[in-house]
Design a binder for this molecule. Sequence first.
Ligand code: GTR
Length: 327
Amino acid sequence: MTSTRTLTAALLASVAMAGAAFADCEVNLRSADTHPEGYPTVVAVERMGEMLTERSSGRICVEVFPSAQLGEEKDTIEQTQFGVIDMNRVSLGPFNNIVEETQVVSLPYIFRSVEHMHDVMDGPIGQEILDAFEAHDLVGLAFYDSGSRSFYNSEKPITSIEDLAGMKFRVMQSDIFVDMVDALGANATPMPYGEVYSSIQTGVIDGAENNWPSYDSSGHFEVAKYYTLDQHLIVPEVLVMAKSSFDALSPEDQEMVRQAAKDSVPVMRELWTEREAESEQKVRDAGVEIVTDIDKTPFIEAMVPVYEKYVTSDKLKDMVERIQATE
Ligand code: GTR
């Protein structure tokens, strides 16, 4: 009893202190994240906030709300567009139906490797995509890493494209991913991240797809023990800000926000690399069956109709060509 009470008191005191610290700031930017405390994206935005607070002599703070406390990604995106939430760290996937330019870098197998993705996103194409958010009441600040996404399920090891036939997979809420799964001969169910664990557990779906750290931190590996490294997606993540919150800042403070976001990228990449290795080790130790030796060629070939459906405008065609030409 005593220890619980002491613990609760300590917890309340630390929450009050954190609240007080943020209350002291002239501008407190509330930032959403679906991932829990300690996940690389959450830590990177916290570090960005620390840089901002230091550089503004304590005037500007960033308060991160992890674990989907402010809602699932699709809802937090809307709330950020309305300025209810100031900042949001999300995958580019749920932006596909809103910001057309994000579709190109969400196409399956568009990037040859994570290094290729970095080269593209750190260059002029990345900047064009960040700029495209402005037309949708948002300011694109920076891209973060998300490794590569692969399928996992509760039923059987997937060793070839044929094994996917008729299986049901959850995808992020984006039409591209629904078509991607359909093109592979399986069935897609778009649903919020927070519903995936119980949906696998109750058999509503057979599995989902994600990177090592998400497979680990979501606990999905506990209910879907077969993971096949087909690496169909390398979708970057993005840190955006509500345009109304950004516009309320002075030009100097706006620049400070942009710079702190940029400076958080190398921090994030380092945390990501460490976390990928840790998560892989953790799920391997938990006895997950991992298929690494998979022929990706049929997967890549199956994506032709998806490219045909989405890469229709000259603008997107040109972007795809430039990405493919990026060394
Ligand atoms: C994760 C990503 C999250 C979220 C999640 C999902 O890899 O970091 O932002 O999009 O996937 O599948 O919903």
